[in-house]
Each structure stands twice: as structure tokens, then as C-alpha cells.
Design a protein around this ligand. Structure first.
Ligand code: ZN
Length: 311
């Protein structure tokens, strides 16, 4: 969607609110008390009233915007910028673009959008042939905890990266490029590299049976048993990279984007930035209108509340 079209469609608060209401109506309103589906809309209060029991809910309740006092136009603009810019934008840049005085509400809004992106991707599973590896992301030096204990000195965060791939037909292969096409990518922060930690994450995200490709590290001792097929990349580092091309491309792209846009992120919120990265690359070819796709989720999925403090 070109900026001009966005302004035409969503250029005012009234247009954004009307579009949000029509998306909610399309999704259907369900009464929290009696589960009734017939409602009247009280336009002066922006509330739905259940025809069965009279219970009311606001236009924003049960959606990404629940508990937010920010204008609809802020949410629409932020969702437009997050979905239509290749790299994404920092909360500080969005705050500048919106001309809002305070940083914290904008930062919270951006993280709520990312939490809905994460919920949406959580519904997908990887299948077939899957590359798996770990990456280590630089994170901000931790602050001294308020209880006086020593801060965690670890400035790197481990991330488990999984990418489903498909073999390309021989005539579609290009010299110097992977012999596979990349499908769906998932990234998840990990506290350690123990086999139990890694396998639990893999089992929650990959359909079984599957063909798993790894570097054969000790974290993958149960992989063959769990998934049926385990191919280990062997040889020099270069040869191993050839066997696991997509996880490494995903790791280096994610690191570069996070560094370019957000400069540094805290360990606590790294997962949210990874969620945004994965959501966007997983839809890189599929969506004609990524804003509308995100809006559809915005009225169906609640955002995850945040603990105060910026990162
Ligand atoms: Zn009701």
C-alpha cells in the first residue's frame, strides 16, 4: 500500500475508528457473560451491548488495543510503518513521526503489536525438512538489579533458529545460492544449550516426523529418536554452512536489522524483536496487503501486557 493510499483510507482518527469497528463486526462480537453473539452498538459510548443479557464491552476490549488510550490513528500508523518498511522502525522514530510527547506509551504500543505478531506465528508449525541451529545475539549490558544483587554479566543471548526448507528442482538452482528454498522461520530465545531445552522447543514447533538438519552438537542427541530423521552437517565450517544455509542467513539478517534499527536491545525484550523479524520474513511473498492482514489479527488477538521499563 502506497503512503498516499494509506492517507486516503486511514488519514483521520474517524476513518481509523470506523475501519477498526467494521473489522470487529466482521470478526463477530461474543458476550463475555452469556456468550451471546447478537449485540447493539452504542455509538456515543463506543460500546457493544449484548442483546441477551445487556452486558457491555468497549470497542477495544478483547483486541490488541485493549487498555490503550492512544488514538486509533496512532495504532494504524504504527502498524502501517511496521509492516511496510523493510527494516522496521524504532519506537523513538515512530514517536517522532507521530509527534507524541512521551516515549513510554509508544514503546508499549510497539511491543503490543509485536506480541500479536508472535501470537499469530505461534499458530504455525514447521514441517518436512527443517534446519536447526543456535545463534548468539549481543544484548545490552544489564542494569544493577534493585534488590542489590549482582547483575547477570552475560551480554549474549542464545537463540534457537529453525527454518523449514524445500529442495529446489535442478533447473531452478542458481550458482552460489542454496539448493533449497526457505519456507517458515522460527526464532526462540534459550536459557541454555542442554538437549532437554533444545528438544522441548523443537517439539513444540516442528511437526513429527520431520527431517532435521543440524551441526550434530550435543544438544541434538535425541533428534533422530524424536523426529525420525537427523542429518548432521559435516566437514569444514564452510561445508557445514552449505548444509545449513537458511538458519545462518536468518541469523545474520536478524542481527543486522536489530542493530541497524534498535542499536541495542535488552535480553528481556530480544524475543519481541525476533518475533517481528520472523513475522515479516514469514510473509515476505505471501501478502498483497500486510497492513490488512495485521489489522485482522489486531481485532482477534489480545496483546500481551508488558512489565514496565524500556528495553
Ligand atoms: Zn450477554
Amino acid at each position: 500500500m502506497k503512503l498516499q493510499v494509506f492517507i486516503q483510507q486511514y488519514g483521520t482518527e474517524a476513518k481509523c475508528k470506523a475501519a477498526f469497528k467494521s473489522l470487529r463486526d466482521e470478526a463477530g462480537i461474543v458476550c463475555r457473560r452469556c456468550k451471546g453473539e447478537k449485540h447493539y452498538y452504542l455509538s456515543t459510548l463506543d460500546q457493544y451491548k449484548c442483546a441477551g443479557c445487556g452486558s457491555r464491552q468497549s470497542l477495544r476490549s478483547g483486541t490488541m488495543l485493549e487498555y490503550s488510550k492512544l488514538p486509533y490513528s496512532y495504532w494504524f500508523t504504527a502498524m502501517y510503518l511496521i509492516t511496510f518498511t523493510k527494516k522496521g522502525l524504532s519506537s523513538l522514530e515512530i514517536q517522532r513521526q507521530l509527534g507524541h510527547a512521551r516515549y513510554q506509551p509508544i514503546w508499549e504500543m510497539m511491543h503490543k503489536i509485536r506480541s500479536v505478531m508472535a501470537k499469530r506465528d505461534y499458530q504455525y508449525q514447521l514441517e518436512g525438512q527443517v534446519e536447526v541451529d543456535e545463534g548468539f545475539f549481543e544484548v545490552m549490558a544489564p542494569k544493577k538489579p534493585e534488590d542489590g544483587s549482582e547483575p547477570d554479566p552475560d551480554k549474549k543471548q542464545g537463540v534457537l533458529v529453525m527454518a523449514s526448507t524445500k529442495e529446489l528442482p535442478v533447473d531452478k538452482r542458481r550458482k552460489g545460492r542454496p539448493a533449497t528454498a526457505c519456507g517458515f522461520v522460527s526464532m526462540s530465545t534459550i536459557e541454555d544449550k542442554r538437549a532437554i531445552t533444545i528438544e522441548t522447543k523443537m517439539m513444540s514447533k516442528i511437526c513429527r516426523p520431520a527431517k532435521i538438519i543440524t551441526d550434530g552438537g550435543s544438544s541434538y542427541v535425541y533428534t533422530e529418536l524424536e523426529f525420525g530423521e537427523h542429518q548432521v552437517a559435516e566437514g569444514s565450517t564452510q561445508e557445514k554452512l552449505k548444509m545449513l544455509p537458511w538458519v545462518h542467513i536468518a541469523i545474520s539478517n536478524a542481527k543486522r536489522k536489530i542493530l541497524d534499527v534498535h542499536h541495542s536491545v535488552s535480553k528481556k525484550y530480544l524475543q519481541r524483536y525476533l518475533d517481528e523479524f520472523c513475522y515479516k520474513i514469514n510473509r515476505r511473498n505471501a501478502l498483497k496487503d500486510p497492513l490488512n492482514a495485521l489489522l485482522i489479527q489486531a481485532v482477534r488477538l489480545k496483546s500481551v501486557p508488558l512489565v514496565r521499563g524500556c528495553g
